[in-house]
Ligand binder design. Structure first.
Ligand SMILES: [Zn+2]
Ligand SMILES: [Zn+2]
Length: 274
């Protein structure tokens, strides 16, 4: 059951196999239908390939708002930026997303090299086995390959995968402002994803104030902060009079969230579709 004990009809943050989720777009639609959702957005990382055959797949008459989640870089922080309303078939968008996927794959490759140099027994081929479709290969896939070999541990996580780790490689290829320009030039709507996970409200407020982007207010934060954070960011969005959205950040069976697992009020859709 979602927070506030109300059933959500909306989920605007869902991942599929086209990035690091485990379900196909068809499965996502089946789940959305069985959870009685009316509006969804599939927001894969650096990919809108889930949208290629979505119209034929949507037997349920669920309203699908096109979306994507971009890794961007701003003042030393990794900022996840959602964009709603891009045209997946636009050649410039396809090219842009393809470039980002290749760059992110490059970072994962380099991370594997670093792991190997420090004596970890992992090969790029083993990581490749963890990927599907034409998605970016990311550190999540590297971790998954390490887990399968039972050699993933805390120390490795904090050295190679945590943003503070000594061998952590940040992805800096997509500056925040570049991403924003592209989203705006295609008349789509940018929304800062899970602001609580930036763990820095000065940056969050800075971005909102300076760029007037939307805020993902309703989010499946783990632990006891959830209600407090939702309230905090809702107040921030109201104060700056900006768009706000929400979603589960569903990734399939690898994470505990469910499709529609966060209550998102209907006013979000009214504002988003304005
Ligand atoms: Zn994210
Ligand atoms: Zn996400």
């Amino acid at each position: 059951m979602s927070i506030y004990n109300k059933k959500s009809k909306i989920d605007l943050h869902i991942h599929t196999k086209h990035s690091d989720g485990t379900d196909s777009p068809e499965k996502v639609l089946d789940l959305a239908w069985s959870n009685e959702l009316q509006y969804i957005s599939i927001t894969d990382h650096e990919s809108m390939n889930a949208y290629k055959n979505i119209i034929e797949m949507n037997k349920y008459n669920i309203s699908i708002i096109p979306g994507v989640e971009l890794h961007t870089f701003y003042k030393g922080h990794e900022i996840h930026l959602l964009a709603y309303g891009l045209d997946h078939a636009n050649a410039d968008i396809e090219k842009y997303l393809e470039k980002l996927r290749l760059e992110r794959t490059g970072i994962a490759f380099e991370t594997v090299e670093r792991l190997r140099k420090s004596g970890v027994s992992i090969t790029w081929e083993e990581v490749l086995k963890k990927t599907r479709h034409n998605s970016a290969i990311t550190k999540a896939h590297v971790i998954s390959a390490l887990r399968e070999k039972n050699i993933f541990d805390r120390k490795m996580y904090f050295t190679f995968f945590n943003t503070e780790g000594s061998s952590y490689l940040p992805y800096t290829g997509n500056p925040f402002e570049t991403a924003l320009d592209i989203i705006h030039s295609h008349k789509a709507k940018p929304v800062l994803a899970h602001p609580g996970l930036i763990f820095n409200d000065i940056i969050v407020e800075d971005l909102v104030k300076k760029y007037r982007i939307g805020l993902e207010v309703f989010y499946n934060y783990y632990g006891k902060n959830q209600e407090e954070w939702i309230k905090k960011y809702k107040t921030m969005a109201n104060n700056y009079d900006i768009l706000y959205t929400g979603g589960s950040d569903y990734h399939g069976h690898i994470t505990p969230s469910e499709i529609g697992g966060v209550y998102v009020p209907e006013i979000v859709i009214e504002k988003l579709l304005l």
